[in-house]
Design a protein around this ligand. Structure first.
Ligand SMILES: Cc1ncc(COP(=O)(O)O)c(C=O)c1O
Length: 411
């Protein structure tokens, strides 16, 4: 959990307003280090999954930590470049890469384009031929492994749209050798996000390594095995998750057998717990008496909602919500909701909070990953400010949008 104090949060709210995302730089550094240390001396590279948090200062911080980059779109490639990553440090994944995105990646010469279909491999080959270059390609396999996470963030089943079957990948890997404009550099898998068990991660790594061994025996030269991201975090107090050491122990034995370099694409695990959403209470409204506890249930209406943090509305995700300066008195039973004109705009339902009043500050914890990146302008709401706390000081890393700025796109 972030080490940002209540006093700092009050000062940040009065300086930059709410809603605002606030990140703890020291915690991001510590979590990156923990994951890197768990990989020990085995050849490895941590490609930070920019999709988790694409705010430039956060991506720069990851680079300063020693990360490489994992981009999931052309936009994320540009963020990576802007943050100072060299093309040779960027892997590019995505189930529907456009021709323009592929052309940009090929011309940059990124470390690997993780190809998701036979058709995409052909398109990459044609672009590279046209540009007179050789594209570095890895094949994303679909191992048909259930990540046992939320179905909306599971990607490794054969019924999911991601990757190629083992048979298709095997055929494709041999085929790539016949394309003078392609160089196969690795295999890739990503079975989902917020994974809290080691078994699916180990199974996916085993499948990847088995395919790599058989391809290498057939003379297909490979450089790396990319096992994707997916390591889960404890959103709920006491939730059991996989530690970096358990994670490494689950995947390293399979990768070691191949002698190839391990690539990881962690996102949530590094930045999730290091960010919180700071919000103010804008209204309170009594609901009917709760039939179970026989007490008045309240709507605590915050100035942050689904346009700022979509995860609760999108996945029913649970985030801890707390008062920044708890008032004395008996807890209230409440639903913490946002201002957006949708009933699903609820940050947390059935919560217990100390007595709250209009103007009070609340924090929504563990919002550093898949928070600000999923913000939208629905209801013409400007996107929130973002602040980075580092060594006792803080600075604005993304200023709050204004309605005037939003209107400039309309023609
Ligand atoms: C291809 C790919 N790599 C890496 C990640 C990062 O996953 P996580 O944030 O769960 O570590 C994702 C997210 O789902 C992804 O789609």
């Amino acid at each position: 959990m972030s080490g940002i104090s209540s006093q700092q949060l009050r000062a940040i709210a009065s300086e930059f307003g709410t809603p605002a995302y606030v990140y703890d730089a020291a915690l991001i550094r510590a979590r990156f280090r923990a994951l890197a240390d768990a990989c020990g001396d085995d050849p490895h590279a941590l490609h930070y999954a920019i999709k988790a948090n694409a705010t430039l200062a956060i991506v720069r911080l990851m680079r300063e930590c020693g990360a490489r980059a994992d981009a999931n779109s052309g936009g994320e490639i540009e963020v990576a470049l802007c943050a100072g990553f060299a093309p040779a440090e960027i892997v590019f994944t995505g189930v529907g890469k456009s021709a323009a995105e592929l052309r940009r990646a090929v011309s940059l010469g990124v470390k690997a384009i993780n190809a998701e279909s036979p058709g995409e491999v052909e398109r990459i080959a044609a672009i590279a031929r046209d540009l007179g270059t050789v594209a570095r390609v890895a094949i994303r396999i679909n191992p048909d492994v259930d990540a046992e996470s939320h179905p909306h963030i599971s990607t490794g089943l054969s019924t999911n749209k991601f990757g190629m079957s083992i048979d298709a990948a095997r055929a494709m890997a041999r085929d790539i050798g016949r394309h003078p404009s392609l160089h196969i550099v690795g295999l890739h898998v990503h079975i989902g996000s917020q994974i809290t068990k080691t078994a699916p991660l180990a199974r996916a790594a085993e499948t990847l390594s088995g395919l790599a061994l058989s391809l290498m025996a057939d003379g297909v030269p490979l450089e790396h095995l990319d096992v994707g991201g997916g390591l889960g975090i404890a959103y709920q107090p006491g939730q059991v998750v996989v530690s970096p050491e358990e994670y490494a122990a689950a995947i390293l034995p399979a990768v070691r057998r191949t002698g190839l370099t391990l690539l990881l694409e962690p996102g949530r695990w590094i930045v999730g717990p290091a960010g919180l959403l700071l919000t103010s209470v804008v209204d309170l409204k009594a609901q009917p008496v709760d039939p179970v506890s026989n007490e008045t249930r309240w709507f605590v209406i915050a100035d942050a909602g689904m346009t700022d943090l979509l995860r609760p509305a999108l996945y029913g995700a649970w985030h801890e919500i707390a008062a920044v300066s708890p008032r004395p008195g008996a807890d209230i039973l409440c639903d913490v909701v946002g201002p957006v004109c949708e009933t699903t705009d609820t940050l947390g339902s059935g919560r217990r909070l100390p007595p709250v009043d209009v103007g009070d500050l609340l924090v929504v914890r563990d919002a550093g990953a898949y928070g600000s990146v999923m913000a939208s302008n629905y209801n013409r709401r400007p996107i929130a400010a973002e602040v980075l706390v580092d060594d006792g000081a803080w600075r604005l890393i993304r200023r709050r949008q204004t309605v005037e700025e939003l209107l400039q796109w309309d023609v």
